[in-house]
Design a protein around this ligand. Structure first.
Ligand code: ATP
Ligand code: MG
Length: 286
């Protein structure tokens, strides 16, 4: 079985992208302030409908910054982001975000938190009954049916992240941006939430860009893994490797394949830190 097919992360593969890409970015460069060095440059990537793409890289390499640019929260002075085929200039109502902290509103119960903001002006119009049904469905999907009237102070960390996921799903997103959503959770809850995420993405058909620095999480969850890095001189190296993961799910039932891929990614990360050119191999050379 070819568990992982490496290919160069270049603009070239964008030309063969299906017309229906959920997210496409080309030639992105970004720095915090025009007089500051670039955090990344020449970044091109795509997320296809229903696909889970993990963006992996060491701490400080620019993953969260890239996610913010892709989500329309920051503007890149060079390059373009297209969401559902249209240029993206500000956050899109059909894109939802989940972060490391659930950031629930303490004065609202589970239902209130999931419902919050759904009828704001920038959200697509829907009648009250339809919104209530979406909220109920999202709460059920994350396994919190019966907890609608529980307040955040009474929730465990894992349950709070389930609420954050439900809040995102209730927006019926075409794309879910998740920035280390489970890294504050204990190992068992994290594994459980990774399974929940995969099930939800498959059931709700929401493409997902998952930012993580956890190689295991990327290998267990993603359809594709993009490796981002800064080089040995601390210069932005952008996305240097890409793996297509075709290990059957559940992945932990295939320890040999997952371990092989994990080791390959670890080696690429190490090579990136010691010698930037060694990590960026052309297609089919590893
Ligand atoms: N608001 C900001 N203003 C200035 N610099 C910033 C800002 N946010 C992040 N940075 C810098 O940008 C670089 C990339 O940060 P970013 O948070 O994107 O990295 P990351 O890969 O997500 O790291 P981590 O894995 O630790 O979350 C870092 O050098 C960071 O100090
Ligand atoms: Mg980050």
């Amino acid at each position: 079985m070819n568990a992982a097919s490496p290919s160069p992360a270049s603009a070239a593969f964008l030309s063969s992208a299906p017309a229906g890409s959920a997210l496409q970015a080309q030639g992105l460069r970004f720095g915090y302030g025009s007089d500051q060095p670039a955090i990344f440059s020449e970044v091109s990537l795509q997320v296809r409908p229903r696909e889970i793409v993990a963006l992996l890289g060491g701490s400080g390499c620019g993953k969260s910054t890239l996610l913010r640019v892709l989500a329309g929260l920051e503007h890149a002075p060079a390059g373009e982001v297209r969401f559902l085929g249209e240029p993206l200039r500000s956050p899109h109502p059909r894109a939802a975000l989940v972060f490391q902290q659930a950031s629930l509103l303490p004065w609202l119960d589970v239902r209130g938190n999931v419902r919050f903001g759904l009828d704001f002006a920038h959200q697509p119009k829907a009648d009250r009954k339809a919104l209530d049904a979406r909220v109920a469905q999202a709460i059920e999907a994350v396994g919190l049916a019966g907890r609608e009237h529980t307040f955040p102070s009474q929730l465990s960390g894992g349950m709070a992240q389930r609420v954050a996921l439900a809040r995102a799903l209730a927006r019926e997103p075409a794309l879910l941006f998740a920035d280390e959503p489970f890294s504050a959770l204990d190992a068992i809850t994290r594994a459980e939430m990774q399974t929940v995420l995969v099930e939800l993405v498959h059931r709700w058909h929401a493409a997902t860009l998952l930012v993580t620095h956890d190689i295991d999480e990327a290998v267990l969850v993603a359809d594709r893994i993009l490796l981002m890095g800064r080089d040995a001189h601390d210069q932005p190296a952008g996305i240097v490797r890409e793996w297509t993961v075709d290990i059957p799910r559940p992945r932990d039932a295939h320890p040999a394949a997952t371990t092989a891929l994990r080791l390959e990614i670890l080696a690429a990360l190490r090579a990136l830190r010691s010698a930037p050119d060694a990590a960026a191999q052309p297609a089919g050379t590893s």
